[in-house]
Every structure is written in structure tokens, then in C-alpha cells.
Design a protein around this ligand. Structure first.
Ligand code: DGL
Length: 250
């Protein structure tokens, strides 16, 4: 079984990709519903929540754990990898994907939660790639709440995005990095309303990385493949809400 962690329902966008890449794996998805959003929590609090979830998933028998939460990755991954010796795969904002395809040297808008944008790890990532200073940062914490409330294309979401994006001259930008798994739910809305921007996220790369890691450790499963859900330390009985997000067309 593979444990997948997010503060809420954002990581289901990555789970969907991983089920596609690894259809024979059993997944246990953990949403920290009691504490979402993490956007305004302290680093110490987030560390505590994430470690609790990781221990729960490991105790349930997970052979590997995926942090499907950029915020969790940016403030906990070094700590967790130092402390635990099982494989922990972690999503991070797909800034490199944007750079790898940016032959025209256009500007890149890196969107994430305030915690991610302030993290040293994120700063190091940007510094290692952004030699020509092409990246601008934009925090979009309200998108987390819109997604948790299943508001994917309401006039309120669009108004919020228009207001936030109006801080930039979008003609100079090519890529918008969706550096929070909750933001992937708004990919279509962005494409339709801001056609010059190309959204990129880390879901595909993380799923590929998980597959390669499992293969290198001889841990790939050949079972039927299943998915279960837990919320803040308890198994979910009524899975309707989770399945609705997971089966959403994106
Ligand atoms: N989904 C999370 C991420 O990828 C964070 C959402 C939150 O603020 O809790 O960053």
C-alpha cells in the first residue's frame, strides 16, 4: 500500500495521476481535514501535523509515502527523510518544468501558498534555476478554500484570480506554476480565461518519480489496485466527497 498525504483534497489531483501511472497499487489517501488550510499555520505546527499523518500511514502498512502537498514538502521533507528510513516521495512546485520548456525566455509566475513561497527550500529551488530573474511569486491561499468548498468556476473564483493576476502584465508571461495541489482544480478555468498562460504542475513528474523509486526498490505491486481514504487519523466511512473530487474531469 502507498500512503498519500495532503492537508485536504488537493492531493487527490496527484492521486488521480498516480493511479493512472501505477494502476495495480493500493493507495491510502490521508486528508488532514481538521487542520486544512495549512496556509496560515506555523512551520512547527505543520511539521507536527504531517509527522502524525506519516506515522499513521506507516502504521497502516504503507511501503512508501507521498507528500501530495507542496506546503508540507517545503517545510518538512528534510526533517522526515532524516528521521525515517522508508521511501518518502514529495511533490514540489514545477518551476523546473516551466524552465525546461521556456525557450523564449518569457516570465514565469510561480503560484503557491504563503508558507511555500516563504520557505528556504523554495528559495533555493528558485535560486538554482532562475539565473535571468524570470520568476515572479504569487500567493493564492483563497484557492485552497475555494477548492475545499467545491467552488471551481464560480464568479467569485474568477474575480479573485482576475484581481490577483492583474498585478502582472500577463503578456510577458508564458507559464503559471500551480505550486499547490489544490490549484490544479483551476487549470481549466485559467486556460479559458487567461489564454496566454500555460499552467504546469508537478503531478506527472511526481507520479513518474514514484514509479521509478518503487521499481528501483523492487516494490511495484501487481495486485488489483484500490483506494481508501482517511481524515485526520480516522478511516472515512462515507467516501462520496472524496470520490467526487477524484473523478472530476480536469
Ligand atoms: N495542497 C497544499 C499544497 O500543495 C496546501 C493547501 C493548504 O494551504 O493547506 O501546498
Amino acid at each position: 500500500m502507498i500512503g498519500v498525504f495532503d492537508s485536504g483534497i488537493g492531493g487527490l489531483t496527484l492521486l488521480k495521476e498516480m493511479r493512472h501511472t501505477l494502476p495495480h497499487e493500493n493507495f491510502l489517501y490521508y486528508a488532514d481535514t481538521e487542520n486544512v488550510p495549512y496556509s496560515y499555520k506555523s512551520t512547527e505546527q505543520i511539521k507536527e501535523y504531517v509527522e502524525k499523518a506519516v506515522i499513521f500511514l506507516r502504521n497502516e502498512g504503507c511501503k512508501a509515502i507521498v507528500l501530495a502537498c507542496n506546503t508540507a514538502t517545503n517545510v518538512t521533507i528534510e526533517y522526515l527523510r532524516e528521521k525515517y528510513d522508508f521511501p518518502i516521495i514529495a511533490i514540489q512546485p514545477a518551476v523546473k518544468v516551466a524552465f525546461d520548456n521556456n525557450s523564449e525566455n518569457k516570465r514565469i509566475l510561480a503560484c503557491a501558498t504563503p508558507v511555500t513561497l516563504k520557505a528556504d527550500r523554495f528559495e533555493k529551488l528558485i535560486n538554482s534555476l532562475d539565473i535571468n530573474h524570470l520568476v515572479d511569486r504569487l500567493q493564492l491561499p483563497s484557492l485552497v478554500e475555494f477548492a475545499e468548498n467545491e467552488q471551481f468556476d464560480s464568479p467569485e473564483v474568477l474575480k479573485y484570480l482576475k484581481k490577483e493576476f492583474s498585478k502582472f502584465n500577463l503578456e510577458n508571461y508564458k507559464y503559471v506554476v500551480l505550486g499547490c495541489t489544490h490549484f490544479t482544480y483551476f487549470e481549466k478555468l485559467i486556460q479559458e480565461n487567461f489564454p496566454t498562460l500555460q499552467p504546469v504542475d508537478g503531478n506527472e513528474g511526481t507520479a513518474r518519480h514514484l514509479k521509478n523509486t518503487l521499481a528501483s526498490l523492487n516494490l511495484i505491486s501487481h495486485e488489483k489496485g484500490s483506494v481508501r481514504f482517511a481524515e485526520s487519523g480516522k478511516y472515512v466511512k462515507d467516501e462520496t466527497r472524496f470520490l467526487r473530487y477524484l473523478n472530476r474531469e480536469s
